[in-house]
Design a protein around this ligand. Structure first.
Ligand code: ZN
Length: 131
């Protein structure tokens, strides 16, 4: 994934009170993902990865709204899945549902759901006729 984002690390870090947006792991502000992985190391990640941007026309993946802190493990494993898809995978795997309560992430999901293209992504949801 590209590292060209100019996002301010402390700002992104504070969005989740210093926790991984996916697994809720505690993060160390100054520690980035490098060859030697340290506890709490993390990088800025795209909730909606650029690879999936075509599914959400009108949503700016480069905006700060779309950036979340992610521990190195989650970031590597998530790859090109959306944040919601990956978090759902984690949730099913380890039943961590109650730990996921990051307001910024809920906000992002609301933004995405309000995008008209999101509705067409839902498999069998039909819009109310004559609404
Ligand atoms: Zn994580």
């Amino acid at each position: 994934m590209s590292q060209s984002t100019t996002a301010d690390r402390p700002t992104i870090y504070n969005k989740t009170n210093g926790r991984c947006a996916y697994c809720n792991e505690e993060l160390a502000l100054e520690s980035g993902c490098s060859a030697e992985l340290r506890t709490g190391a993390w990088e800025v990640d795209y909730w909606i990865p650029p690879e999936q941007a075509h599914r959400f026309p009108g949503f700016d993946v480069e905006s700060e709204d779309n950036l979340v802190p992610a521990c190195c493990l989650c970031r590597a494993e998530k790859a090109t899945q959306t944040g919601l898809e990956y978090r759902e995978k984690l949730r099913r795997r380890s039943q961590l549902a109650t730990r996921f309560s990051c307001p910024p992430v809920e906000l992002i999901e609301r933004l995405i759901r309000s995008s008209p293209s999101f509705i067409s992504l839902r498999p069998q949801k039909k819009s109310e006729p004559g609404a």
